[in-house]
Design a protein around this ligand. Structure first.
Ligand code: ZN
Length: 455
């Protein structure tokens, strides 16, 4: 994790704290917390294709009586327990958003089934834009977790208990479709991967269910969020696609609770919610005003639709429906898409080079750079500059020598700069455009007759 990422996580924590201050968790008021047990907020989706709900659940399941039957099984020697696999590795972890997928309810003999399920789930998620176009900014790792028994607790019925590596279970908080897991156990497996920015737990089940944990940094975990989902239910994949958007895009929920009534607290921090109408957004040049009136991938037109961030009245969302509102649609709206792309660039670097910038390079030496492979919506471009002046004929080159770029042997020090920019039309905010632009600059050692005069 580089310093850039640490900063991004701080922002995320600050925003979460801010959201918490502005919008009270409905569960916080509804459910008294049992003493001592650490609890954390989760989101779940009671019905396939429906809207989400929030509640709070225990962080760990060992102490939950009558539910998880995790009996700290120690897998026998010769199993693949703890083994790390590469599902899609596109670059160094320092330059990528690292997603770790861990399986639960798979026995030693079922690890192939876990790998198949992980690949299927990731394929479902990356069928959705902008995940699809920006896969090149992500690494995806799998970690084998060997369970003593096949399947998980609560499947098919509430009375079923299974001894599994991560203690995941349906019927969490008395809610059938809510899959909780033992987050300490999840963290210990995720830690085996080179890095974990996000964790996905795939539980061996055909039953629809899942959840999204947030606020885990505050509990001391090194990752932003954990999504749980069942392995053999295609609609469960949408839960992870939605949850990752909270962590990466910092997007708010666009669904509402009737009991919340009317929001009267003024403008909110959420990117995709506003107390302003379309006219006011345009007049104030704020939030998604740049997208107003555009035809949206969700099928409608970007505007202001009443009801967002849990409040049915007084807050507006950008489109009638979107993946942040209900799981019956697999598209983000245009403002959501831009926020996701911003998030990818906040946590990853599209540009890297093994030639360090801290020491000067020779005029005749090669500078090799690599640019993340981005497709579809993305429009990556590579530009070179000498002393700040663009060298047009070098556009797109990934290996250059300063001399070939035109650095003269005139005894003076020069600089060579490479800039990776994303000209995608899915970005309209100049701040996001700047986030999607990265550059590296090398000093070229002075050479030529003036330098020789010193000898
Ligand atoms: Zn949500």
């Amino acid at each position: 994790m580089n310093t850039k990422k640490t900063a991004a996580i701080s922002v995320s924590v600050a925003l979460t704290a801010l959201m918490g201050a502005v919008i009270a968790s409905p569960a916080a008021a509804a459910e008294p917390k049992p003493s001592q047990e650490p609890r954390v907020s989760v989101e779940y989706f009671p019905e396939p294709g429906g809207e989400g709900r929030r509640t709070d659940v225990p962080l760990n399941t060992d102490t939950v009586t009558g539910r998880s039957a995790a009996r700290s099984a120690t897998p026998g020697a010769g199993t693949t327990d703890g083994q790390v696999g590469e599902l899609s590795v596109t670059g160094s972890s320092a330059d990528r958003l690292d997603v770790v997928i861990v399986g639960d309810g798979y026995t030693a003999d079922q690890q192939d089934a876990f790998h198949t399920a992980a690949a299927t789930k990731w394929a479902d998620i990356t069928n959705i834009e902008p995940y699809s176009s920006y896969q090149g900014l992500m690494n995806v790792w799998t970690v084998d977790a060997v369970s003593a028994e096949s399947g998980i607790t609560g499947d098919p019925t509430a009375d079923v208990t299974k001894d599994t590596a991560l203690g995941s279970y349906f019927w969490c908080s008395e809610t059938e479709r809510l899959i909780c897991a033992d987050i300490d156990k999840v963290a210990s497996y995720a830690a085996k991967a080179p890095e974990a920015d996000l964790v996905v737990v795939v539980s061996n089940s055909t039953k629809y269910g899942g959840a999204g944990y947030s606020g885990l940094e505050a509990e001391g975990y090194p990752f932003g969020g954990v999504s749980t989902l069942s392995s053999d239910n295609a609609q469960s994949s949408m839960i992870a696609a939605h949850e990752i958007a909270h962590s990466v895009g910092l997007l708010a929920d666009e669904y509402t609770y009737d009991s919340y009534g009317t929001w009267t607290g003024g403008e909110v921090a959420d990117i995709n919610s506003s107390s302003f109408t379309a006219e006011q957004l345009a007049a104030n040049r704020t939030k998604w005003y740049r997208w107003l009136g555009e035809t949206d991938p969700t099928g409608g037109t970007v505007g202001t639709y009443e009801g967002s961030s849990y409040y049915p009245f007084g807050l507006y969302r950008p489109t009638a429906n979107s993946l942040m509102r209900a799981l019956d649609i697999s598209d983000f709206n245009l403002p959501g898409r831009e926020a996701m792309i911003a998030g990818f660039y906040r946590e990853a670097n599209a540009l890297s080079s093994k030639v360090g910038t801290s020491s000067a390079v020779l005029r005749t030496s090669s500078i090799k750079v690599s640019q993340a492979e981005l497709t579809g919506l993305a429009s990556p471009e590579l530009r070179w500059y000498v002393d700040g002046k663009r060298v047009k004929r070098a556009q797109g080159l990934t290996t250059v020598a300063p001399a070939a770029l035109g650095v003269a042997a005139d005894g003076r020090t020069h600089t060579v700069t490479v800039e990776s920019a994303d000209r995608t039309r899915s970005i309209r905010d100049p701040k996001v455009r700047a986030e999607a632009t990265e550059s590296m600059t090398w000093t070229v050692k002075a050479s030529g007759h003036k330098a020789h005069q010193h000898h």
